[in-house]
Design a protein around this ligand. Structure first.
Ligand code: NOJ
Ligand code: CA
Length: 555
């Protein structure tokens, strides 16, 4: 690197080091299931507003809110009909503005979700396309079919939810949808599409949002000519290149978005959902004129094994460091089975291939006590690492995946599109238990008669936020202490220095503190000069029991 370049790199790093998003703890609000303010059994902005003090007490720096835009809800709001309005089931634009203001007053930043890969089939652009309005189909990906009468899809791509990625319309043309048929893919080569999304970013930045989580950030550009994918897997590929994913042309789009964000003070940031095949590919999204951060999904794909965790952590840190970005740690989100349940069964020796494959693990009985011990330990590992940490709502309560939902209540399009073979993601989206001894556990206001949109398990009585707030050994108390202690021990503690540790144990120092993670079956003695500052297993002093993380300091 030339000397001049090096100076710029250092200045760049120094400028970034002072930014809140480099070390933030971000809480993911799945709005439909967080809190219901008006008593219809569906979470909403009023409910979220009423629970902002809970989030302030948890100590998070920001919230990422899953899509809240006007939507027919074919895919829980990831099918947007109007990017500039709030869905009536969630509230109004005025309520969203008030929420942003109130969150800011409590010191919480607000990061909505933006969905640029597709729209709803009810979006005015797609309705115009179906009507055959002149030029309207060019904003989407319409093609003639193959076969003598065009009766076969234009290529062999498969939808991430199952079935073909193409649907035929009345006049015989086909349109592309990498997800549900109600989510037609946009054509990002069309100038209208680029212009529209940059305007949507400005619309929300002008209303004070602090950034965006970008849905399917790796999907917007497709290989020209839309060639067949062959045997390559359809969904979120991790190994083979796929003509629909992670194409180089996507980066010009994000350079445009960054230019929009850069015009705002205080700074507005982006976090990419990009399932790509290597950390080198991921780092391309994080170049200085593109996005600020991108989720590290290998961390959630890893089994509960020290060697695997150490490898994914080291790789993720190296990939991010190469472009001067903070690593971004995710244990769970609204697309994957909850952490407690992933860790409640025997652990595979490999990284799980995709978020959907994981659903098929559920063949052996779940030991939720073990799952909870490991999930507590994983939380302390996550919060000790440098960079940003995302907490999916309910993780702080130690909720498990609800695996026995009756089939007739399932809403995830995966269930139908897979031909009823994949139960999909509803099990991690069950409304939160806040208080009381029976459903809806304070999710809806007292006296409302509507049931939560997905039924809550009867035993969640002992998992409510209210019960846990009063218990010094609860999940919630652990998370509250961890977020607070993280600021003191880890926030500005510098890089990870790995320490040698017995098999099954992961140990590293950052600054004056150390983090020890025991994924093995035996107790591990701690050196005598170390004092436990926080332990995922209550009452621990001189050793690290199995499935436990401790944060220790000298003295
Ligand atoms: C990723 C989102 O997280 C998921 O919930 C959604 O179904 C797809 N993108 C399609 O928008
Ligand atoms: Ca509601």
């Amino acid at each position: 690197m030339a000397a001049g370049m090096e100076t710029i790199e250092h200045e760049h790093a120094a400028a970034r080091a002072s930014s809140w998003w480099q070390t933030a703890v971000v809480y993911q609000v799945y709005i439909r299931s967080f809190a219901d303010g008006n008593g219809d059994g569906i979470g909403d902005i009023a409910g979220l507003r009423s629970r902002l003090p809970y989030l302030a007490e948890l100590g998070v720096d920001a919230i990422w809110i899953n899509p809240w835009y006007r939507s027919p809800m074919a895919d829980a709001g990831y099918d947007v009909a109007d990017f500039r309005d709030i869905d009536p089931s969630y509230g109004t634009l005025g309520e969203a503005e008030a929420l942003i203001e109130e969150a800011h007053r409590l010191g919480i930043k607000v990061i909505p979700d933006i969905v640029p890969n597709h729209t709803s089939d009810q979006h005015p652009w797609f309705r115009a396309a179906l009507r055959g309005a002149r030029g309207a189909r060019d904003r989407y990906v319409f093609r003639p079919g193959r076969g003598p009468n065009g009766e076969l899809p234009p290529n062999d791509w498969v939808s991430c939810f199952g079935g073909p990625a193409w649907t035929r319309v009345a006049d015989g043309q086909w349109y592309l949808h990498l997800f549900a048929p109600a989510q037609p893919d946009l054509n990002w080569e069309h100038p209208d599409v680029r212009r529209e999304f940059e305007q949507v970013l400005r619309f929300w930045f002008d209303r004070g949002v602090d950034g965006f989580r970008i849905d399917v950030a790796h999907g917007l550009a497709k290989t020209p000519g839309l060639p067949d994918a062959g045997t390559r897997i359809p969904g979120s590929q991790h190994t083979d290149p796929h003509p629909a994913w992670d194409q180089d042309a996507v980066h010009a789009i994000y350079r445009g978005w960054r230019a929009v964000a850069n015009r705002y003070v205080p700074e507005r940031i982006f976090i990419a959902e990009a399932w790509v095949r290597s950390n080198e590919r991921l780092a391309r999204y994080l170049r200085r004129d593109e996005l600020h951060t991108a989720f590290q999904f290998d961390f959630l794909r890893s089994p509960w094994r020290a060697d695997s965790l150490r490898t994914v952590i080291a790789d993720a840190m190296a990939g991010a460091a190469a472009v001067g970005a903070p690593p971004t740690w995710v244990l769970s989100n609204h697309d994957v089975p909850r952490t407690v349940t992933r860790y409640a069964r025997s652990q595979p020796s490999h990284l799980v291939e995709s978020e959907w494959e994981r659903a098929r693990w559920a063949t052996e009985p779940a030991d939720h006590d073990t799952g909870r011990r490991r999930a507590r330990a994983a939380a302390l590992l996550q919060l000790a690492l440098p960079g940003t940490a995302y907490i999916y709502q309910g993780e702080e309560l130690g909720l498990e995946e609800v695996e026995d939902l009756p089939h007739d209540v399932r809403q995830d399009p995966t269930w139908v599109q897979s031909g009823f073979t994949d139960v999909g993601r509803d099990g991690c989206r069950v409304p939160l238990p806040w208080s009381d001894c029976s459903a809806p556990y304070g999710f809806s206001p007292g006296g409302s008669s509507a049931s939560p949109w997905l039924p809550q398990p009867p035993h969640w009585e002992s998992h409510t936020a209210e019960v846990q707030a009063a218990d010094p050994n609860s999940f919630l108390t652990l998370y509250r202490s961890a977020v607070r202690t993280r600021r003191r021990l880890w926030e500005n503690a510098g890089p990870v220095e790995w320490m040698s540790a017995p098999a099954g144990v992961l140990a590293f120092a950052r600054g004056g503190a150390q983090c020890w993670v025991n994924t093995g079956a035996d107790n591990v003695e701690l050196p005598a000069n170390l004092t436990v500052a926080l332990s995922s297993t209550p009452g621990v002093t001189g050793c690290v029991p199995p499935d436990t993380t401790v944060w220790v300091v000298e003295g």
